[in-house]
Design a protein around this ligand. Structure first.
Ligand SMILES: Nc1ncnc2c1ncn2[C@@H]1O[C@H](COP(=O)(O)OP(=O)(O)OP(=O)(O)O)[C@@H](O)[C@H]1O
Ligand SMILES: [Mg+2]
Length: 180
């Protein structure tokens, strides 16, 4: 099974391609449900396009005729008995919501969220990650990090390695010994 962190990477890359300047990602595990939301302020999609977007043959890619990011995420969530939805408005942005039944045998492991978060780091776009397990929560906001860094680019190797460790430690502490 493909890790959910890789689905999140795919969906966040859609936000980057949609020229978003801010992407908020929430990962919440509580009451046997894992909820993931990815919200961006990118170009959005028309109502007509949105109705077709969960079909693999809907894509604005020019290099191949299928787009799999959204259909794979939808399938991964629905396979567990969970749900999937997208809201979008042209010129305003898009929100993707996936709900997974945590104890379903068909649920993929969450995987390496810290790795996904650092892979996405770039100077021209900001990310807010909110990671919650039960009532314990951790927020990572690249706007705050960039303010501290000043002229040092957030995607320089030393910063990436520092932030990966920071994220890993916080995620482990929120998990409290369990693996999601
Ligand atoms: N956040 C978004 N904002 C605006 N348009 C989006 C967004 N996410 C997806 N889309 C549109 O929906 C299409 C389908 O997305 P999907 O991720 O399923 O496939 P893809 O990105 O085209 O290809 P792949 O993910 O396989 O590289 C995209 O080509 C894009 O036009
Ligand atoms: Mg995609």
């Amino acid at each position: 099974m493909r890790e959910i962190a890789l689905n999140i990477l795919d969906i966040a890359e859609n936000s980057v391609k949609a020229k978003a300047t801010l992407v908020e990602i929430t990962v919440t595990a509580e009451n046997n449900v894992l909820t993931v939301t990815i919200t961006d302020n990118g170009v959005g999609m028309s109502k007509d396009f949105l109705e077709r977007v969960t079909d693999p043959f809907t894509t604005t890619r020019t290099t191949r005729k299928v787009g799999m990011g959204i259909p794979l995420f939808k399938d991964a969530a629905e396979m567990t008995g969970g749900s999937f939805g997208i809201e979008s408005e042209p010129g305003r942005g898009t929100r993707v919501t996936a709900k997974f039944v945590l104890d379903s045998i068909d649920r993929a492991p969450l995987g390496d969220i810290a790795d996904t978060a650092v892979t996405l780091l770039a100077p021209g776009i900001d990310f807010v990650w909110v990671y919650t397990v039960d009532k314990r929560s951790f927020t990572f906001d690249t706007r705050e990090i960039k303010a501290e860094l000043g002229d040092i680019p957030i995607d320089s190797p030393e910063i990436i390695s520092f932030l990966r460790n920071l994220l890993k430690e916080n995620i482990e502490s929120i998990n409290g010994g369990i693996t999601i």
